[in-house]
Design a protein around this ligand. Structure first.
Ligand SMILES: Nc1ncnc2c1ncn2[C@@H]1O[C@H](COP(=O)(O)OP(=O)(O)O)[C@@H](O)[C@H]1O
Ligand SMILES: [Mg+2]
Length: 392
């Protein structure tokens, strides 16, 4: 099974691009499923069809669409564990409604959309899944959870264990409710599924993440961060899409916007280097309905197979050297260019002077570098190599 995940900031075009990709793949004969975990109706809106609900529905031959509700998924699959964790907090006198909120870990709802993939994979009835992933990749960190917990004694150190331990720290003498057999079983099952999901997502022959941005600073930075996290987690990113680019105009106001956006497209290319970057214009009308989605698919892929792996490689590489971290980033310029590097908090900015003006490359840094200083930076060919060392 091939898995393609579109991610990016809200409104950039993830849902429509997921649908367009899925249509193209179905037409090529792949048994395809497009899954969206965005708030209700997104797939119905994109396809302009009613009633794409929480049951899979066939859209065109070979294409099934599934809208999932992360909250429903979560309570269906995870309720025993969540209730147990909430009971720990409410045993501490925390209001029960609030206890549920606290027991929810960040990115948890998103994780349940991802777990759906593991479920679909098990049915063995699809060649391809295209996932429209809400928000950024917070949930991807949980792919490491099974590793962390290990296979032996999972029930003692899993999520419930984590929380009961946490509760003990809060109030050492209080009585912690013991997890029931149901909680333990459901936790074991959860960890096994997470393990399977991690295998699927971290297999570079199966899974590709594709970044979607618009020609603006914010969405490009957001996508760049997703690229960095994916690299940290060992997930392949094979393409970036810059969507909604305005065409030029004779009107001064629009011409100014179009020219600004052209500079942002250059920024995007520098920032996503060496990924292939697809440019898509802002169409004359809102992009929706099967016909427009199909056209969007043609603009994106032409005669290419959308299921192809468009890029393999490591735009970012992190190597631990003793207590130091060596980071290598691919950049679209070389030591012969006039460039400067500066660190602002959790990112490096590399500014390069080019004939068409200054291009800024944003390099998001992993959290591990937070207490470290930038000790050395060198650029050889297209590789920027930066060494971070412990402060003292
Ligand atoms: N290239 C485009 N031209 C015109 N409208 C677009 C284009 N790409 C996306 N849209 C519209 O922008 C809105 C947001 O797209 P959507 O796919 O829902 O974004 P996301 O899923 O990233 O939040 C939708 O109304 C969609 O039809
Ligand atoms: Mg969406």
């Amino acid at each position: 099974m091939r898995l393609i995940i579109y991610t990016g900031k809200g409104g950039t075009g993830k849902t429509v691009t997921s649908c367009a990709t899925a249509i193209k793949m179905a037409e090529r004969g792949y048994m395809t499923m497009v899954i969206s975990a965005d708030p209700a109706h997104t797939l119905s809106d994109a396809f302009m069809m009613q009633e794409i609900s929480y049951d899979p529905r066939q859209m065109i031959p070979n294409l099934t669409a599934l809208q999932i509700d992360p909250v429903t998924e979560m309570s269906r699959q995870y309720d025993p564990i969540l209730s147990y964790m909430a009971s720990i907090f409410s045993a501490k006198g925390i209001d029960e409604t609030l206890a549920y909120e606290i027991a929810m870990l960040p990115g948890m709802t998103q994780l349940f959309s991802l777990l759906k993939i593991e479920e679909v994979e098990r049915t063995k009835s699809f060649d391809a899944v295209v996932l429209d992933m809400p928000a950024s990749g917070e949930a991807l960190r949980y792919l490491y959870f099974p590793k962390l917990v290990g296979s032996i004694g999972r029930k003692l150190t899993g999520l419930a264990g984590l929380f009961s331990g946490f509760a003990k720290v809060l109030q050492p003498l209080a009585k912690i409710p013991a997890p029931s057999r149901e909680v333990i079983n459901s936790e074991m099952d959860f960890l096994d599924r997470l393990d399977e999901l991690a295998k699927i997502i971290r297999d570079n022959d199966v899974t590709s993440i594709r970044l979607i941005a618009n020609p603006d600073t914010f969405s490009i930075e957001n996508a760049k961060r997703a690229l960095m996290s994916a690299s940290l987690y060992g997930i392949n990113v094979d393409m970036a899409v810059v969507n909604k680019i305005m065409a030029g105009s004779s009107d001064v106001y629009y011409a100014k916007w179009a020219s600004y956006q052209r500079s942002k497209v250059q920024d995007a290319k520098a920032n996503f280097y060496p990924l292939p970057v697809k440019e898509v214009q802002l169409y004359g009308t809102e992009l929706r309905g099967i016909d427009m989605l199909r056209k969007h698919g043609e603009v994106l892929f032409g005669t290419d197979d959308p299921g192809k792996i468009f890029y393999r490689g490591k735009p970012y590489l992190f190597v631990k050297e003793g207590s130091a971290i060596n980071m290598t980033v691919q950049v679209p310029f070389t030591e012969k260019d006039d460039f400067s590097i500066e660190r602002y908090g959790d990112q490096l900015t590399v500014s390069v002077r080019t004939p068409v003006g200054q291009i800024v490359n944003i390099v998001p840094l992993p959290i591990a570098t937070a207490g470290m200083k930038l000790a050395k930076a060198k650029l050889i060919n297209h590789e920027l190599n930066v060494l971070f060392e412990k402060l003292s």
